[in-house]
Design a protein around this ligand. Structure first.
Ligand code: SAM
Ligand code: ZN
Length: 275
């Protein structure tokens, strides 16, 4: 079966088989039991277990599966419907556990589109969940800075809170293809930051034009989440960059809460690759 992935050794197209992938040059890559494939060249591995660790992946999974960020998923699905042709290739760069990947895919399929779907991430813990969540998709351990994907084949590139690898994104996008870049809005998680920091500051919101891409729109998603217990609060905290850099006192204040009303605010920057 055709695959969207390329051999990380010789760059030729991979053929997707039941238990793994093979290239015409004879290189082969087994699929893990969960269904994803490891395509990260050994010399590109920065740590023994790169990406989110197991605990963080589990926290993200509980939080996302709880539906707290469903409004963002649904808005992404709506935009995807609008911006893709009836036959399309969708790539989620830094897909994590595939929550948005699967949401977008389901909406496109439901509308009768023919979709080839792939996701890459450095975290195998997250990919295990992604591959289970959407069995029709292909998922690979790979870096967004070296996507194992051919030039100019992607109609929709998703990037939700993952590193921006502009050169690679421009390489894999088709002319006229679209790029959804999801970033936090100014007041995203403001009430959480108020607990964590004595002097929180809002995120900067700005337009970020990139050469080779033309802005189509910035879609806004704003919701108030009523987190009902400490587990959900802690799961959300672990998904944020603040988890790494919060002073102990702030983290203790958060750990003492048994509920929190918090703003979730996202901006989806929609770009089209110049033709
Ligand atoms: C904040 S998470 C977002 C995951 C997913 N898009 C979501 O919104 O649920 C960032 C993800 O980027 C991944 N990541 C970090 N650096 C990466 C890289 N160089 N290549 C691919 N993935 C990377 C992490 O493993 C993590 O899953
Ligand atoms: Zn090969």
């Amino acid at each position: 079966m055709d695959s969207l992935f390329l051999c990380p050794v010789c760059g030729k197209a991979l053929d997707r088989q039941e238990t793994g992938y093979r290239c015409p040059g004879g290189h082969s890559f087994d699929k893990a039991a969960a269904g994803y494939v490891h395509l990260l060249p050994a010399n590109k591995k920065h740590a023994k277990d790169p990406g989110d660790d197991k605990g963080m992946a589990a926290a993200r999974n509980r939080f996302l599966s709880g539906g707290w960020y469903a409004p963002l998923r649904d808005r992404l699905a709506e935009l995807a419907l609008r911006y893709t042709p009836d036959r399309c290739v969708v790539l989620d760069a830094g897909c994590g556990e595939g929550y948005y990947t699967a949401g977008v895919y389901a909406a496109l399929k439901k509308a009768g589109k023919q979709v080839k779907l792939a996701g890459v991430d450095l975290s195998k813990h997250a990919l295990k969940k992604a591959a289970k969540r959407e069995k029709d998709g292909e998922f690979a351990v790979a870096s967004v800075y070296g996507l194992p994907v051919a030039d100019r084949c992607v109609h929709l590139l998703l990037n939700c809170f993952s590193p921006l690898a502009l050169e690679e994104f421009l390489r894999v996008l088709r002319p006229g293809g679209v790029y959804f870049y999801v970033v936090p809005g100014a007041r995203h998680l403001w009430e959480l930051k108020e607990v964590l920091y004595d002097d929180p500051y809002p995120n900067t919101e700005k337009l970020t034009p990139y050469p080779g891409l033309t802005y189509q729109e910035v879609a806004e998603v704003d919701e108030v989440l009523r987190l009902p217990d400490q587990q959900t609060i802690s799961d959300l905290f672990q998904m944020t960059p603040y988890f790494w850099k919060t002073p102990k006192r702030g983290a203790e204040r958060l750990a003492a809460l048994d509920g929190l009303e918090v703003t979730a605010s996202f901006r989806i920057h929609v770009f089209r690759k110049d033709g």
